[in-house]
Design a protein around this ligand. Structure first.
Ligand SMILES: Nc1nc2c(ncn2[C@@H]2O[C@H](COP(=O)(O)OP(=O)(O)O)[C@@H](O)[C@H]2O)c(=O)[nH]1
Ligand SMILES: [Mg+2]
Length: 209
């Protein structure tokens, strides 16, 4: 029997934004109440996804958002094939940290533009912190070719969309790069942010020759 292929995914963001709740909610383990403790180190969860009649596994590494574990987190990101970046829409600081701290650190170990990534605005049942500006969200979405999803664990809104969209992005990206490599014909590559992929591959080719 063929085992479904598994993809390494990291879920990243500050402590308390709802990372563990998102996973638990998807796994139907129920919503965690206010007494949740911080995740110490890294846990991983195997999440099966049915996609175009195939089953794949997202192996999701849930990392603590606490500063002191950031090096551990970054070490795990090195191997990732997909990323979920989460902030809490009621807390500007968590958004600012995505923009200024997490993205910067992630880019030191992988190329974020080339990695399928979903930006999640969680806790949509709560009021938006007025310091979080639409323009800034759009700016980072464009800059890093991110997909943006608003979610709420309490209202069970868009939770499964995170995982299905990411699975689709991971598989499509693999296919696109394959087409590019095989045919060396950039016009055939249709992928969100493909221009950047194209440029990156060109750069790589140049360096190699
Ligand atoms: N109002 C609201 N609270 C949430 C939501 N998601 C998570 N929480 C709460 O936020 C707190 C932190 O969640 P947790 O999953 O432990 O965050 P983590 O540190 O990022 O893993 C908990 O008290 C959760 O119950 C949400 O969508 N809406
Ligand atoms: Mg947690």
């Amino acid at each position: 029997m063929n085992l479904p292929k598994s993809y390494h995914v990291n879920i990243i963001g500050d402590f308390g934004v709802g990372k563990t709740s998102i996973i638990n909610s998807f796994k139907k383990l129920g919503f965690q109440d206010k007494n949740t403790t911080s995740t110490i180190g890294i846990n991983n969860f195997l999440i099966p996804i049915k996609f175009e009649n195939k089953e794949i596994i997202l192996n999701v590494y849930d990392t603590s958002g606490q500063e002191k574990y950031q090096s551990l987190t970054l070490n795990s990101i090195r191997n990732c094939e997909g990323l979920i970046l989460v902030y809490d829409r009621s807390d500007y600081k968590t958004f600012e940290n995505i923009c200024k701290v997490w993205i910067k650190s992630i880019n030191e170990v992988i190329d974020l533009i080339l990695t399928p990534c979903i930006l999640v605005e969680n806790k949509c049942d709560l009021v938006l912190d007025s310091e979080i500006k639409e323009e800034k969200i759009n700016e980072i979405i464009k800059q890093y070719s991110l997909k943006f999803i608003r979610t709420s664990v309490i209202d069970n809104k868009n939770i499964k969309e995170i995982f299905y969209n990411l699975a689709e992005m991971i598989i499509n990206k693999k296919n696109q790069i394959l087409i590019f490599d095989e045919k060396n014909n950039i016009d055939e590559v249709i992928y969100m942010g493909f221009v950047l992929v194209k440029e990156k591959l060109k750069d790589k080719k140049k360096k190699e020759t």
